[in-house]
Design a protein around this ligand. Structure first.
Ligand code: DC
Length: 208
């Protein structure tokens, strides 16, 4: 069983995907980490994340240790991740790993193009979204929890810029699959979003 969870940054996809995976007994892959780890490799080698050759080489050389790093969520890595994610050769290099991950006993995967490109035949597709303000507040809370102080207006601008880049890129842009179920988490807390998603997944699977 493949459950594809797509949506913009900080919409609550990760928390939701992890909890669904736990409840359904499936492995969980946060595919954003693949792009973040690719970006980190390029940055640490002193390269340019917009350089297609350097970024694709980094994506091909990615190891589990790269994606397990704790320092992939800072602002510079997030920006660079968005840049490498717009390069078709990077996306191509990461495709087989994602398909292979879900190919065995199934998985919950979250990202931007899981339901549209990676697993167009996924059993369930959720598109999780929320207003820019709500998402920026959640991102700010994550920074605060890590002891980093950030200005809300700056986080809103950052989230909006990344949305725009992810939506308007030519390669696998962020768009809901035609058969995705939309979940707007603007006024839902994590528990409410999880209950709703689980109900939708059970209903969808029950119908088949
Ligand atoms: O979900 P995230 O914020 O960790 O993703 C980091 C970047 O990677 C983001 O700019 C979008 C991109 N991404 C992507 O293009 N496709 C995916 N399946 C997952 C992430």
């Amino acid at each position: 069983m493949i459950i594809a969870i797509d949506g913009p940054a900080a919409a609550g996809k990760g928390t939701l995907a992890r909890r669904l995976a736990q409840t359904l007994g499936l492995p969980y892959l946060d595919t954003g980490l693949l792009y973040r780890a690719t970006a980190k490799r390029v940055l640490e080698a002193g390269g340019d994340p917009a350089d297609a050759q350097a970024a694709a080489a980094a994506a091909r050389e990615l190891t589990e240790a790269d994606t397990a790093r704790e320092d992939l969520r800072d602002a510079a890595t997030s920006r660079a991740a968005s840049q490498v994610a717009s390069i078709p050769a990077v996306r191509a290099a990461l495709l087989a790993y994602q398909r292979g991950y879900g190919g065995g006993r199934g998985a919950v995967l979250d990202g931007r193009d899981i339901g549209t490109v990676i697993f167009p035949d996924a059993d369930v597709k959720l598109f999780v979204t929320a207003s820019v303000e709500a998402r920026a507040k959640r991102r700010q809370a994550e920074f605060t929890a890590r002891g980093e102080r950030v200005n809300l207006a700056e986080v809103i601008a950052e989230v909006a810029a990344r949305d725009e880049a992810d939506r308007t890129r030519a390669a696998a842009p962020l768009i809901p699959a035609e058969d995705a179920i939309l979940i707007d988490t603007t006024s839902l807390d994590a528990d409410q979003a999880f209950s709703l998603a689980l109900e939708l997944v059970r209903r969808k699977l029950g119908r088949e």
